[in-house]
Ligand binder design. Structure first.
Ligand code: SF4
Length: 367
């Protein structure tokens, strides 16, 4: 306990230490509930600019577009798309602006946020000392049967917020020392996010924007994010469309669309390289969750990345698959992965020449 709370401490250190302690002992909800998320952009505008924890000389991509008014225009274009919603590959065509809800169940003129806090469990270059300023958005267009956040993504657990409140959350995360704003499952709320960035930029937001997505994205939408998102953090979940259809609510097009989306993301932001202090400010960071019985087609995915992107592309090979939610209804994915399954994927990635791998500890996996 003594290590977490040294005698002389600043507010930022105190928050960071408290968060680490809560997450380590499994009491994250206590920590999260202490954070105010109600602030409007105007209420938190004071002194946030000087506290941006981004290292020297960093300027986020969106500032220029904010200054020229282009960011506002892009936000309006995305907003109009909600009239016959085709923000994601489901292309439901419902009028969200009139209150209709499509497959994702997301509302239109407002959005639903599950939580907003410094996250210390994301990739190390996003976390640093101040944490990744994570905003968990409610609802999802993919709805995987093994979703670990199913209460948020599928049951809709969260609180309805407006654009000003979302901007306020971003400024608050900057004020308390986070290194970035990390939008988790942003696809169905991209119009709200752009509007909020525009509002927050006006009142001092300077942190890089992380677009933390399933990877199932439409090119038309991604092109509207060009010059706004600093870090793309897509999953590459499946190689085989039968698997994506089976485990992610008939999303047959997932593999093909994820490949196209990842190439577009790379075109926009390039290879992810951390700054001198180790913090990531720009680039593409791919996540791949290794699933039991090679359900995701992990080796093919490593091969494709090596053959279509630079060899130093950041790839996080994730070992933490756990059969939750409806996974026990599907025998092939109703267990954790084995140590051998994980090692095989890492070996393949190395054989293919990938050099920037985030390989997690896997001592706890069964042999
Ligand atoms: S974002 Fe939601 S409503 Fe819009 S197309 Fe996708 S699933 Fe349908």
């Amino acid at each position: 306990m003594k290590d977490y709370f040294p005698e002389k401490t600043t507010r930022r250190k105190f928050l960071g230490n408290t968060a680490r302690l809560c997450f380590n002992i499994g009491l994250s909800s206590i920590f999260l509930s202490c954070f105010k998320t109600e602030d409007s952009a105007t209420e938190t505008a004071t002194a946030v600019e000087k506290s941006a924890n981004t290292g020297s000389g960093f300027e986020p991509a969106y500032l220029e577009l904010h200054k020229t008014g282009e960011l506002k225009k892009r936000a309006e274009k995305l907003w109009a798309i909600m009239e016959k919603c085709r923000l994601c590959p489901r292309k439901c065509g419902v009028n969200r602006l009139e209150g209709k809800r499509g497959f994702c169940r997301a509302p239109g003129s407002t959005l639903v946020v599950s939580s907003s806090h410094p996250h210390f469990g994301e990739e190390r270059p996003l976390v640093g000392k101040g944490g990744s300023g994570t905003i968990f958005l409610t609802h999802c267009n993919l709805r995987c049967v093994f979703c670990q956040n199913w209460e948020i993504s599928q049951l809709g657990r969260g609180v309805e917020k407006n654009i000003s409140e979302l901007a306020g959350m971003m400024l608050h995360l900057q004020e308390i020392g986070c290194h970035n704003i990390n939008f988790v499952t942003p696809t169905h709320y991209s119009p709200h996010i752009l509007k909020a960035i525009d509002t927050a930029a006006e009142t001092g937001l300077r942190l890089p924007i992380v677009y933390n997505t399933s990877g199932w994205e439409r090119l038309e939408i991604l092109r509207l994010l060009d010059g706004i998102v600093d870090i793309y953090l897509p999953d590459f979940k499946y190689w085989d469309s039968d698997m994506s259809a089976k485990y992610s609510s008939n999303a047959e097009s997932y593999p093909e669309m994820a490949r196209e989306a990842i190439l577009e993301m790379h075109r926009q932001v390039g290879v992810a390289k951390p700054a001198k202090d180790g913090i990531m400010q720009r680039g593409l960071m791919i996540r791949h969750l290794v699933m039991p019985n090679n359900t995701g087609g992990s080796e093919e995915i490593m091969e494709w990345i090596a053959e279509n992107l630079p060899k130093d592309t950041y790839v996080n090979i994730m070992a933490q698959y756990s059969p939750v939610y409806k996974a026990y209804d599907y025998p092939k994915i109703a267990r954790r992965i084995t140590r051998e399954e994980y090692k095989r994927v890492v070996k393949k990635a190395k054989e293919m020449g990938l050099t920037n791998l985030d390989v997690q500890g896997y001592w706890w996996l069964q042999k």
